[in-house]
Design a protein around this ligand. Structure first.
Ligand code: SF4
Ligand code: SF4
Length: 61
């Protein structure tokens, strides 16, 4: 799976919605950024895309 964050729109740790919701801990934190640290664990549940308020996370199979 490919999981990408658009940093032009992402609010980082002020949001953390995708990180908090992901059931398989795909996301991590680096400084004030949310990063994709574990894309291999993604189950394509689409929760992160559905909840992102900034439309900043994209998941591709
Ligand atoms: S839910 Fe969207 S805005 Fe929030 S941290 Fe994740 S990618 Fe960024
Ligand atoms: S699609 Fe689901 S499993 Fe994959 S990164 Fe988003 S929340 Fe996590």
């Amino acid at each position: 799976m490919v999981v990408e964050i658009d940093y032009n729109n992402c609010d980082g740790i002020d949001c953390s919605g995708c990180k908090d919701a992901c059931p398989t801990d795909v996301f991590g934190v680096e400084g004030s950024k949310i990063v994709v640290s574990n894309a291999d664990e993604c189950t394509f549940c689409m929760m992160c895309e559905d909840l992102c308020p900034a439309d900043a996370v994209k998941v591709k199979n």
